[in-house]
Structures are given as structure tokens and as C-alpha cells.
Design a protein around this ligand. Structure first.
Ligand code: ADP
Ligand code: GN1
Ligand code: MG
Length: 364
């Protein structure tokens, strides 16, 4: 439901905000939450107000509890390092007047955090930005590496679990809810061919050879805030921070950043891996993540790019077969076009696998 300006201003009244709120305008390009920039009578933007997408994040208590643990953990780490300007280097959420870190208005869940002053987000990557983003996500994982097991919950259960995503895919095939199976049988075959090879992490975990770590799970460049000089301030969009397998945070950046085409490019000739972006992100990531990664995990980083691209192919195709129930679509075939574009990227990553593995040798 759309809110009037007065309703938004009223909502802000439930949070412990300093000064008088004068405006709350839509802000940013996020796809999940509704974000507003809040200006007070002190002049500059002071707060970010967000409506939480509780169709996707169904347990808001778990969600906000995770975020509170993560942000206070990072804040403590920054203080120990003697960092200054900490309010620009970690998100700060405000309690509502009842002490909870969200407010429910009977329809939607809302939260407020400090606006990061003099910050800039980017939608497009280049080599410098991807290097900086790599350092930021590696540093983020490294700061969270000592959170005791069990403290953070999965805000979306099995979010990046490949076996679970294949299970959902097989359920969709059995249901054939939208009657679309026939037209996608070649893609189904391609997915099935790779299924076992793409569940290595779950297998290694069961054998006790791989542990779970805390991952960001949405490592796109627009989830990093930069300062005026292109240096990273902090990682934002913490909704999917949860325990899981480590390849998520390199894999999803390769999938989203190191693609010469768009995620839903209708022209498959555009879709191809950008090796320069892969290399610069990996260089940045290894600078900060090599301290905690095992040699096995390091050797698997290029596989992570293929895995997350395969997972997204499976998720888009599952949604297409189900009749488009999860992802917002902009035209009827959108999920199919997305599937094909992700599959083309997967093929390109497969073709570059040896070159990527060679690049990793400097750390092995
Ligand atoms: P979504 O989950 O919808 O992607 P985000 O939390 O990433 O939502 O917020 C959307 C956009 O709003 C971000 O890409 C960023 O540009 C901007 N933004 C979010 N939080 C802040 C903040 N604390 N300070 C400044 N800008 C922010
Ligand atoms: C969703 O909307 P966006 O881009 O923030 C999805 C990701 C997918 C992505 C594919 C919670 O994220 O996992 O990779 O779409 N987020 C959720 O574009 O499902
Ligand atoms: Mg975001």
C-alpha cells in the first residue's frame, strides 16, 4: 500500500529520532524493500526509513535480531581497531519507542537507520569499484567469522542451499502448474546434467570437510556504500546475512558484476564473463578473506561463480514453470529470458574455468 507523506511522517514518530521530521522521499534502486530518505529540520538527510518486504522475510523478529547482532559485532570490531567515523562504516538502526528494532503498523513492518552522510552507491561496476567491493565483502565476512555458531538464524531458510533449490525445481516439474514444461525441456536437461556436480558444498559439509560461515548472500555492487574518493565506507542491505556456504559471496558478485550483458539480456551475444572484473574482485576479496579461507575454499572460488549462476538459472526456471509466483516480472516471458541469459553466462564461466583456476594459483 502506498503511504501519504503525512502517514510516513506519523510512522517516524514511533522511532527515537532527533529533531523534527520534515520529509520522507523514495530513495535508491533496491528491489526488495521500499526505501525512503528522511530529512529533519536540521537540514541534511539524517535517516533511512524502510518498509520490510515481509512476504520474503516472513519472520521479522529473526531478521531484525540478526541485523542487530551483526551491526553491533562490526561496531565493536571497528572500535577495537581504533577506527574513527564509525557511523559511516556500519549501519546504525534505531529502536522504536517500545524498544523493538521495527514498528508494525497493522499492515507493514518498518525500520529506521541512520543515513550515511556523504556516501554514494553505484549500479555499474568497473575494475576499481569491483576491487574495492571485493575487499569490503571479504572484510565483512572476516569480521563476522567469530560469531558463535547458532547465534544467527537463516532469515530465508535454505536460501543458498543448492540441494534445496533443486528439490523446489523437481517439485515444480512434477506440478507443471503453468503447463510450460514442454517448451523448456532442453533447459531442464542442461540443469539435470549438472545437478550432482553443483551440490559439492552440501556433500563436503556432510563429510565434515567444509564448515558453514556467515555470508552476506547479496553481494552486488549497489550494496556497498562508497565515499567521495571511491573508497568503501560500508556494506549495507543486511537482510540476507546468515550462516551458509562460503562461496555465496564471491559467486554472486561474479554472477552479477562479471557479466558483460544484463541478468535478463534478451541478446545472448552480449552475455559473456568479464575476466577483468572477475580478477579485480577476486584480488580485493583475497586481500581480506585469505586470512580465514581454507585452501580447499580458495581453490573452489571460480566454482562459486558457476554455482551461483547455476542456482539462479534453476531459481528463474523454477519460477517460470510455477507460473511466475516469486520474482517480479515485467513481461510474460521475463523469467524464461532471465533463465536463458543466466544459462549462457554459466556456459561462458565453464569455458573460462581453466583460466580462472590458473588465476587462483597465486594464493595456493
Ligand atoms: P534493497 O534490499 O531493496 O536492495 P537496500 O537496503 O539495499 O534495499 O537499500 C536500497 C538503496 O538505498 C541502497 O542501494 C542505497 O543506495 C540506499 N541506502 C540504503 N541504506 C542507506 C543508508 N543507511 N545511507 C544511505 N543510503 C542508503
Ligand atoms: C533477488 O531483488 P534482488 O536483486 O535484491 C533475490 C536474490 C536473487 C536476485 C536475482 C531475497 O534479489 O537472491 O539473486 O533477486 N533475493 C531474494 O536478481 O530472493
Ligand atoms: Mg540492496
Amino acid at each position: 500500500m502506498t503511504k501519504t507523506k503525512e502517514q510516513l511522517l506519523q510512522l517516524l514518530d514511533y522511532f527515537q529520532i532527533e529533531g523534527q521530521v520534515v520529509s520522507a522521499e523514495p530513495f535508491g534502486n533496491g528491489h526488495i524493500n521500499d526505501t525512503f530518505k528522511v530529512v529533519t529540520d536540521k537540514g541534511e538527510a539524517k535517516y533511512i526509513l524502510q518498509r520490510i518486504n515481509h512476504n520474503i522475510f516472513t519472520n521479522v523478529d529473526i531478521l531484525q535480531n540478526n541485523i542487530r547482532i551483526v551491526t553491533s559485532h562490526i561496531r565493536r570490531k571497528l572500535e577495537e581497531k581504533g577506527e574513527t567515523d564509525i557511523d559511516r562504516k556500519v549501519l546504525t538502526f534505531l529502536p522504536a519507542k517500545d524498544g523493538k528494532y521495527y514498528y508494525f503498523d497493522g499492515e507493514s513492518y518498518w525500520r529506521v537507520c541512520l543515513f550515511i552522510p556523504r556516501s554514494k552507491g553505484y549500479e555499474e561496476v568497473n575494475e576499481e569499484l569491483s576491487y574495492e567491493a571485493g575487499k569490503a565483502f571479504g572484510d565483512f565476512q572476516s569480521m563476522l567469522a567469530d560469531i558463535p555458531e547458532g547465534e544467527l538464524e537463516e532469515t530465508i531458510p535454505n536460501f543458498h542451499n543448492m540441494e534445496f533449490r533443486l528439490q523446489q525445481f523437481h517439485d515444480a516439474l512434477n506440478e507443471n502448474a503453468a503447463g510450460r514444461l514442454e517448451e523448456v525441456k532442453d533447459l531442464i536437461e542442461e540443469i539435470e546434467k549438472r545437478a550432482d556436480a553443483m551440490c559439492i558444498q552440501e556433500q563436503l559439509y556432510r563429510e565434515g570437510k567444509l564448515k558453514k560461515r556467515i555470508n552476506h548472500c547479496d553481494t552486488k555492487v549497489n550494496n556497498v556504500m562508497f565515499d567521495e574518493d571511491g573508497k568503501v565506507l560500508c556494506v549495507i542491505d543486511l537482510d540476507t546475512v546468515m550462516p551458509g556456504f562460503v562461496l555465496s559471496d564471491i559467486g554472486d558478485f561474479i554472477r552479477t558484476g562479471a557479466n558483460k550483458g544484463a541478468e535478463d539480456d534478451p541478446n545472448l551475444d552480449n552475455v559473456d564473463v568479464n575476466m577483468d572484473i572477475f580478477k579485480s574482485y577476486t584480488r580485493g576479496y583475497m586481500e581480506t578473506a585469505s586470512s580465514f579461507l581454507t585452501p580447499l575454499e580458495i581453490s573452489f572460488l571460480p566454482y562459486g561463480g558457476r554455482l551461483l549462476t547455476y542456482m539462479q538459472t534453476v531459481r528463474f526456471l523454477t519460477d517460470y514453470i510455477n507460473g511466475d509466483t516469486y520474482y517480479k516480472i515485467h513481461y510474460p516471458e521475463h523469467n524464461l529470458v532471465r533463465t536463458k541469459a543466466q544459462f549462457k553466462l554459466l556456459q561462458s564461466l565453464e569455458q573460462h574455468a581453466d583460466e580462472m583456476d590458473d588465476f587462483m594459483k597465486q594464493w595456493l
